[in-house]
Design a protein around this ligand. Structure first.
Ligand SMILES: Nc1nc2c(c(=O)[nH]1)N[C@H]1C(S)=C(S)[C@@H](COP(=O)(O)OP(=O)(O)OC[C@H]3O[C@@H](n4cnc5c(=O)[nH]c(N)nc54)[C@H](O)[C@@H]3O)O[C@H]1N2
Ligand SMILES: Nc1nc2c(c(=O)[nH]1)N[C@H]1C(S)=C(S)[C@@H](COP(=O)(O)OP(=O)(O)OC[C@H]3O[C@@H](n4cnc5c(=O)[nH]c(N)nc54)[C@H](O)[C@@H]3O)O[C@H]1N2
Ligand code: SF4
Ligand SMILES: [Mo]
Length: 580
């Protein structure tokens, strides 16, 4: 039988729109999230945002399905002899901390590792995770970056000394090497398509006739892993024709004669033999690039770094930028200025390199340039106990039992651990191997700073939802660090604020609630604390005319950050909105 709907006349039942950034991939689209009665009821794109201009992919549009998915985990799970047992969050944190302490006492601080996956991204979440593991005395930070992005970054770093970002807006020729932007980076795709409409030429290097390859002027389909041959062939043609930026090469490069000598071996015919690309295709690409130089973007995707010769192929593409004069020029690849957000990591004050970060000796460039312990070496270490025992792993936002090579071995390695803690929204293949599984907050349930070098944008996404027992990344590392003696490194727990009414003013610690937890624009302060006496704010001259009760629950207040009186956190609107 249909029940009549509750009348929804209260302010809480109004549909309200909140703007935030999507964090389900690194395109960071701006969203309108519509909420009603504390629930997300709809999501669309924020039209005024210069980045995605209102567009969203299907994942972004369906983000509410991630939040309210029927298979989502809401309670911490503990593995027992008779299967999974639901336990309270505080108990889970206490037990995990006790087991970490016990493992560290028996095998040393470095026997615990942390593994962060792609789903919580980089910047703030990554740095917080790195901070945590160093705070508890271990250098062993692992992540998906052992097989994503670091290869590209290193390739460019060794060729150019820096990472660079494409200037699609002014490019006259765009070459995509091993990338699939329509599926992987919708906003980048729009930039490429806008450049295309302006007349920019498009070259796609991909063994597959991908969606974007169909739109290209030239689609070059080399044998997988032979991109280096094509890049060297292009270098050879440009050098041979004298068609390169002599000033840039002369003033700002080293080793040019050796490069020219090496490239001589890569005639278009030799490239054809190695890569299967017709010699005419190699010449055509060289022509397009030379005509457009220096406004040429070479963009390298995952398709080039997942190879045994990945770095060297990427380096060869990077050298092309230099020859074309496309390095740090309009329409080329511009050297990326790092966005100055405060560093949260402890590599300065507590580097812990003397403890032998796993993989640092085997892959010193990876560790030296990226401070990345090598995840696949960690799996070996779990199985062999060499060079020292790695007995516990705290893993968040990753599913290595599905995403790392040689799944059978990954599973054996994770199963060999004394302690595996997995934070996820779902009981994944990896979570099924864990001793404890903790429900994690989705991106709509945490606030974070996003810094995106490609677009030189810093954005803030906000916590719109909160569920009991579901922690965000920071809260989890904070709570565990405090249980493990690393609390001094995690002092931040809500800021202090000064709350003032016409009667008085008090300074108290604050927690910012999600809109589903409290009506936006309102504050709640519990009474009866000497240190934070809310009755210093309440008036004694307003009464209910019948009961004679004073006003305690709707006191207009203003709030400002305690340390910095000049910067208000927010003030109440015209409607009386303080709840004391
Ligand atoms: N063969 C092959 N393997 C590959 C690749 C390839 O091209 N070929 N690509 C590689 C690449 S580039 C990458 S980046 C890796 C990615 O591999 P992983 O880092 O393992 O990342 P995901 O598979 O995205 O796993 C993310 C997990 O996080 C969970 N999750 C989602 N949102 C949140 C959240 O907000 N908080 C938390 N705590 N968890 C959340 C999801 O449910 C999911 O289980 O895979 C790599 N593996
Ligand atoms: N929808 C969606 N978007 C995502 C992700 C996701 O899981 N889903 N993951 C995000 C992540 S973590 C990443 S790293 C990016 C990855 O995004 P991209 O860097 O664009 O990488 P892929 O999408 O893996 O596309 C790689 C392309 O390289 C081609 N390729 C394979 N081998 C070779 C080769 O030897 N040479 C050349 N030239 N090409 C080759 C493949 O055919 C494929 O078209 O996407 C991000 N965006
Ligand atoms: S492309 Fe899709 S998943 Fe990525 S940020 Fe935009 S809406 Fe989110
Ligand atoms: Mo990735």
């Amino acid at each position: 039988m249909l029940r009549p709907r509750k009348p929804s006349s209260s302010a809480a039942a109004e549909r309200q729109a909140f703007q935030t950034l999507c964090r389900m991939c690194d395109d960071h689209c701006a969203l309108n999230v519509y909420m009603q009665e504390g629930r997300v009821v709809d999501i669309d794109g924020f039209a005024e945002h210069p980045w995605n201009r209102g567009r969203l992919c299907n994942k972004g549009r369906a983000a509410a399905d991630l939040v309210y998915h029927r298979e989502r985990l809401w309670k911490p799970l503990k593995r027992t002899a008779s299967g999974w047992q639901e336990i309270p969050l505080e108990q889970a944190l206490d037990e995990i901390a006790a087991r970490v302490r016990d493992i560290q006492a028996r095998h040393g601080a470095r026997s615990i590792g942390l593994w962060k996956g792609e789903a919580v991204g980089f910047a703030q979440q990554e740095e917080t995770a790195r901070r945590f593991i160093h705070a508890i005395g271990s250098p062993n930070y692992f992540s998906n970056d052992s097989l994503c992005f670091n290869g590209r970054w290193i390739g460019y770093a060794v060729a150019h000394g820096a990472w660079s970002v494409p200037d699609y807006g002014q490019a006259r020729c765009i070459a995509l090497w091993g990338a699939n932007p329509p599926y992987a980076h919708p906003n980048m795709t729009q930039m490429i398509m806008r450049a295309r409409r302006r007349g920019a030429r498009l070259v796609v290097v991909d063994p597959r006739l991908s969606a974007i390859a169909r739109k290209a002027d030239v689609h070059a389909a080399p044998l997988p892993g032979t991109d280096g041959a094509l890049a060297w062939g292009l270098i050879g043609l440009l050098v041979g024709r004298g068609d390169y930026d002599r000033e840039l090469v002369g003033k700002h490069s080293v080793g040019f004669p050796r490069l020219a000598e090496y490239a001589r071996g890569f005639t278009p015919q030799a490239v054809e033999k190695e890569s299967g690309l017709p010699a005419a295709t190699v010449e055509r690409i060289a022509d397009l690039m030379a005509q457009a130089s220096p406004a040429v973007v070479n963009y390298v995707g995952n398709g080039l770094e997942h190879h045994e010769n990945g770095i060297n192929n990427i380096r060869a593409v990077a050298y092309l930028d230099t020859l074309l004069g496309a390095l740090d020029r309009k329409g080329g690849n511009r050297l990326a200025e790092s966005l100055r957000t405060n560093r949260l990591t402890l590599y300065q004050e507590r580097p812990l390199t003397e403890l032998g970060p796993i993989g640092a000796d085997r892959f010193p460039v990876l560790y030296g340039l990226r401070r990345e312990c090598h995840s696949m070496s960690a799996l070996d270490t779990m199985l062999s106990g060499r060079p020292y025992p790695l007995k516990g792993l705290l893993l968040t936002a990753a599913n290595p039992a599905l995403t790392n090579p040689n799944t059978d071995k990954v599973r054996r390695a994770l199963a060999a651990l004394e302690l595996l803690v997995v934070r996820d929204l779902f009981l994944t293949e990896t979570a099924q191997l864990a001793h404890y599984v903790l429900p994690a907050a989705s991106f709509l349930e945490r606030s974070e700073l996003h810094a995106h070098p490609m677009f030189q944008v810093v954005g803030l996404s906000r916590k719109l939802l909160s569920f009991p027992g579901v922690q965000d990344e920071y809260q989890f590392w904070h709570d565990l660090a405090h249980r493990l003696g690393g609390g001094a490194y995690f002092p931040w727990a809500g800021e202090r604020a000064r709350v003032s009414s016409r009667v008085g003013s008090i300074e108290i610690p604050v927690t910012v609630c999600a809109p589903n937890e409290i009506l936006p624009g309102t504050v709640q302060i519990t009474h009866g604390y000497r240190q934070a006496n809310v009755n210093l704010l309440t008036p004694d001259d307003l009464f209910d005319p019948i009961s004679g009760f004073p006003l305690l629950k709707a006191v207009p207040v203003s709030i400002e950050r305690a340390a910095d009186r000049a910067a208000p956190l927010g003030t109440t609107g015209p409607r009386p909105a303080g709840t004391a």
